[in-house]
Write a protein that binds this ligand. Structure first.
Ligand SMILES: [Zn+2]
Length: 484
């Protein structure tokens, strides 16, 4: 189906295609990190191997034994002593934001987070994003994330001007994700905001209804039980861009489809919501019944003790996004306290900066030490849990991804470290926070399919993806009056 017809015929073409998988793959000569439970207790196997059968992990063990047993494998990958581990999981992204990377806008207009949201987030990006832009940017983001070791994302699509004409933004998004081969949960952002109109002046429940329809279309087409790589996760923008009725309806839909919710909480100063509603975001969300353990909440910055308690008692999963929060001058989420309270904290990145997960790992590892003047905060294993087991749990996928275990999904990466010192069983955890870079990822397997082979994307033409993305970025930039 030609792209310009996407969404018009009602054909769910993204679930039709049968993926080509290798039957049996053996990865040998590896420093295997299972990351089972957490990285303190997770097993490290020197001279290890992992055997994959179809889309699942068949066996984990010592290399000589598995080499003998799987000598007839369809493909044998030699890790050359490198690291073999589960793929990284990022719990909050907006892949179409890639079109705004390096956009030469007037940053002097961005004096507060409020400006940042209204201008950078809405006016200059989301409100002028097209279906073709979503497709181009999502392909680019998925390709770069895969190449640097991210195998699963939770993406929230925001493009309010694609909806009113009957467009279907999630078709463009899902088609791109499907082609490139990353695993994803995807939702469209339900918001009553009217593009170009201040949320303080007017909200339109009709906009929210269209958003619900877009989510439901996907949730109906891809049932929760389906075994594919792509699933829906209901997207809700915030408590303050929706009515309480809308928030209540979102809970009903999430319960009906068992799909989980993704939302932004407390990225904006608490006082704004208290002035508007007399309550903070967690209070509004608890009152409307939307909070729950099936919720992934991005940001969660300006929270008082009571707010934090609400999120904890409702089992809300946090998606910590320290780079974007720093850029917006939003302050810093109370992550060490959240972890201390036993809350589930994962990592997100909004796709606002680089798509290399190593930068987010390193920043999350460092920033709380600096912010609290305490080097003991966030040890390396804790930040690794944020992009592995905690993230899998946040997405309700702890039984299938986030660690290497027989029977779990074959979402695996091989890293060939470029390090001036030995990377072995005793040094490997520090490697991730000190010198790991996405470009050290050599091979990536998702759902048993080799999607990055010796650093090369196998599923699509990377140069064509880049050219197409630049083309769409130019179109978007020109709408902002930028000559390019
Ligand atoms: Zn976001």
């Amino acid at each position: 189906m030609p792209l310009d017809k996407a969404g018009e015929s009602g054909t769910a073409y993204w679930i039709v295609k049968e993926e080509i998988k290798m039957a049996v793959i053996l990865i040998k000569n590896a420093l295997v990190l299972t990351f089972e439970k957490d990285t303190l207790s997770g097993e490290i196997i020197e001279n290890g191997a992992v055997a994959l059968k179809d889309d699942l992990i068949a066996e984990i063990g010592k290399s000589p034994e598995l080499e003998k047993k799987y000598s007839g494998a369809d493909r044998i990958l030699n890790a050359d002593g490198g690291i073999v581990m589960p793929g990284f999981i990022v719990t909050h992204t907006h892949m179409p934001y890639v079109l705004g990377h390096n956009m030469p806008v007037d940053f002097t207009q961005l004096k507060s987070f409020w400006d940042m949201l209204q201008k950078m987030g809405w006016e200059w990006l989301e409100d002028i994003t097209t279906g073709e832009g979503i497709y181009a940017a999502t392909r680019y983001a998925a390709a770069k994330m895969l190449k640097s070791g991210t195998t699963t994302v939770c993406d929230l699509v925001e493009a309010p001007n694609v909806l009113p004409g009957g467009g279907r933004p999630l078709d463009y998004s899902i088609r791109a994700i499907d082609e490139v081969g990353i695993r994803a949960q995807v939702g469209y952002e339900v918001t009553a905001r009217i593009p170009g109109v201040s949320i303080l002046e007017k909200l339109d429940p009709e906009m929210a209804e269209k958003g619900f329809e877009e989510n439901i279309r996907i949730l109906e087409n891809i049932p929760k039980e389906s075994s594919g790589r792509i699933h829906g996760r209901l997207g809700v923008h915030t408590a303050y861009t929706n009515s309480k009725e809308t928030l209540r309806k979102a809970r009903e839909i999430a319960d009906k489809y068992g799909c989980g919710i993704q939302i932004h909480i407390a990225e904006i100063p608490r006082v704004f919501l208290v002035e508007k509603f007399g309550k903070s975001a967690p209070m509004v969300l608890e009152e409307t019944g939307l909070v729950g353990s099936d919720m992934v909440a991005a940001h969660c910055i300006d929270l008082n003790d009571e707010d934090l308690e609400i999120l904890k008692r409702n089992g809300v999963n946090i998606s910590h996004t320290p780079l974007t929060n720093s850029f917006g001058g939003n302050g810093m989420a109370r992550v060490p306290e959240m972890l201390e309270k036993g809350m589930n904290v994962s990592l997100g990145h909004d796709c606002f900066f680089t798509l290399d997960v190593s930068e987010y790992i390193r920043y999350a590892y460092l920033v709380h030490k600096a912010h609290n003047a305490n080097p003991m905060l966030i040890p390396p294993f804790q930040v690794m849990d944020m992009v592995l087991s905690n993230a899998a749990k946040a997405l309700g996928m702890e039984n299938s991804i986030g660690s290497l275990k027989e029977g779990k999904k074959a979402d695996i990466i091989i890293i060939k470290p470029d390090s001036p010192t030995p990377v072995n069983a005793s040094s490997v955890i520090s490697y991730f926070t000190m010198t790991f870079q996405g470009r050290n990822v050599d091979t990536v397997i998702v759902d048993g399919r080799i999607v990055v082979d010796e650093g090369r994307l196998t599923t699509a033409d990377e140069e064509e993806i880049s050219r197409n993305c630049i083309l769409e970025a130019k179109k978007l930039w020109r709408k902002n009056g930028i000559e390019v």
